[in-house]
Structure formats: C-alpha cells, structure tokens
Design a protein around this ligand. Sequence first.
Ligand SMILES: [Zn+2]
Length: 211
Amino acid sequence: MSEEARLREAICRTGRSLYDRGLTFGSTGNISQRLPDGGWLMTPTNASLGALDPARLSRLDAEGEWLSGDKPTKETFLHIAMYRERSDAAAVVHLHSTHSVAVSCLDGIDPEDVLPPITAYYVMRVGRLPLVPYFPPGDQDLAKAVGKLAGKHHAVLLANHGPVVAGTSLEAALYATEELEETAKLFLLLRGAAVRALTQEQVAELRKRFG
Ligand SMILES: [Zn+2]
C-alpha cells in the first residue's frame, strides 16, 4: 500500500471512530493530513465523518487548490491557516464536539487560556488553549485570527464553534483533540466545586519534562 493510500485509510478510520463515539455528528467536523509533496488530503464538504470513502477524500495541492476527489470542506481555510504557521504539523482535526463547544460559549472565560490545568495529560497534550473570537462560518477573518495564534499554539478554541488542533501525526492531533474534549467535560462537571488544579510549579515541571 502506498503512503498516500495508508493515510487515506487512517483518515477514514479516525472519522468513523470519532463518529461512533459521538464526538462528531451530522456533517460537522473535518480532518486533514499533509502529504509528502506538500499538498493535503481533506475531508469533503457535507460528508459524515462516520461514512468517509478513502477514494473520495479531497486532494489539494501545496497552494491549497482542489485537485481531485470530492469538493473539500468549507472549513479548509482553518486547516491551511494552522499549517502555514506550523511547519511541524502533519495533521489537523476540527470538531464541533459538545463539551468543547459548551466551554467556548461560556461568558467570563480567560481568552488567553480557556481551561485550567486540571490534569497532567491536558498540560502535556494541549498546553495553553487560546479562544479565537467569534466570526461567522466561512469568514476569512476567522482564518486570519487562527493564523495569528497558530504559531504559538497547536490547539485553539473557536468561540461558539469548536476546537482546531494540529499534531505532528494524525494520531497526535486526534489524541490532543480527545484530551481537550474530556478536559472540557471535566471542567463543566467541576463547575461550582472547589477545584484543586495543578499549581504553577507543577505545570512548569511538566513543560520542562515533556515540552
Ligand atoms: Zn466548524
């Protein structure tokens, strides 16, 4: 099997897994993967992540132009904005997963770091999570706002919309997205309770050890 064929299979398997666990619904959410020639594979517009066909994934060239397969997701620009600022990014996952979206709608959250460091794995896999201001879907200013933060953050949360997460592999992007969603769920479960989050020293120690 060629490298591209293997990556196509991996995207479809990931989409199915996200769908089966209720992390995506309808035709929301999209996944992309950088290819060795500098182009990308992207999930198509109006496609359920639960029923992707490896042969019909959208193929883009290094400029982000659609080459073949079904028409790419309308949110392609979010992915490209991440890749442009992160040369180490190999894959990007974007979801409208319920708990992350719920947190993105809360009034009074810190836009520079939305979730507190509740667990070590959140600090290691997600780190600091900035909030991108709300823009309507498809607005090019949304891409600009994501691009501004992407150089320093591999994960961002779009206000009233959902997370966009880059990884050095599809697996890394997937695991970070799942960690973010579960931490958003914990955060909501713990609202109103007296929470003992990790201390600044504990967070600094994790960053030193696991970068
Ligand atoms: Zn979206």
